[in-house]
Write a protein that binds this ligand. Structure first.
Ligand code: ADP
Length: 180
């Protein structure tokens, strides 16, 4: 096997799930990780909420801080991918300029931009963490979809609307499109 082919086989991918809060990113990410591990792939879950709770706890939700949060996450993905580890990342990632930055850091051939395109009304109805209610009451600033913008991704690798699908079906669609 050539050096080049071996290098390609050894490299991991970054499967980056983006979408509104409550869209289903973390739930689908968890399901993807279970399915990948069942095929002996080494993979790592990187979740925006978890990253903000520790490593990136000095960052808020201004446009600048969100961008920095994503940049650091992308640098981590790059390191892990180079070491053969596939990363499943779940971040709102609201702006096109930041998506372009992620792609440039991780590398276009390893970066899979998946838009979890659950409509705002559905996310708000689910309100898993009670955040939409707080945002509507004005208790949270810069809340994506309410008081901060979410730009619809213009060139995602795949778009999934979770309405009418179960988590498993969403994960299978993603894996089929990437690996088959
Ligand atoms: P996010 O990480 O995008 O903020 P979560 O994964 O925390 O969203 O929450 C999504 C909620 O939507 C969960 O309660 C999940 O059970 C529910 N849900 C319903 N249908 C789906 C689906 N097809 N895919 C993912 N989540 C779904």
């Amino acid at each position: 096997m050539s050096q080049m082919t071996m290098q390609k086989l050894k490299k991991g991918k970054t499967i980056w799930l983006m979408g509104l809060s409550g869209a289903g990113k973390s739930t689908i990410a968890q399901c993807l990780i279970e399915k990948l591990r069942a095929t002996q792939q080494i993979c790592f879950g990187l979740d925006g909420d978890q990253l903000r709770a520790g490593l990136n706890r000095n960052l808020g939700f201004s446009e600048q801080d969100r961008s920095e949060n994503l940049r650091r996450a992308a640098e981590l993905c790059k390191l892990l991918n180079h070491d053969g580890i596939t990363v499943v990342a779940a971040f709102i990632t609201p702006l096109e300029k930041d998506r372009a930055l992620l792609k440039s850091i991780i590398g276009a051939e390893d970066f899979f931009e998946i838009h979890i395109a659950t409509p705002l009304e559905v996310c708000e109805q689910r309100d898993v963490k009670g955040l939409y209610q707080k945002a509507r009451l004005g208790l949270i600033e810069n809340f994506t979809g309410i008081t901060a913008s979410y730009e619809v991704p213009q060139s995602p690798f795949l778009t999934i609307n979770t309405v009418g699908l179960d988590v498993d079906q969403c994960a299978i669609q993603i894996l089929n499109k990437i690996f088959i």
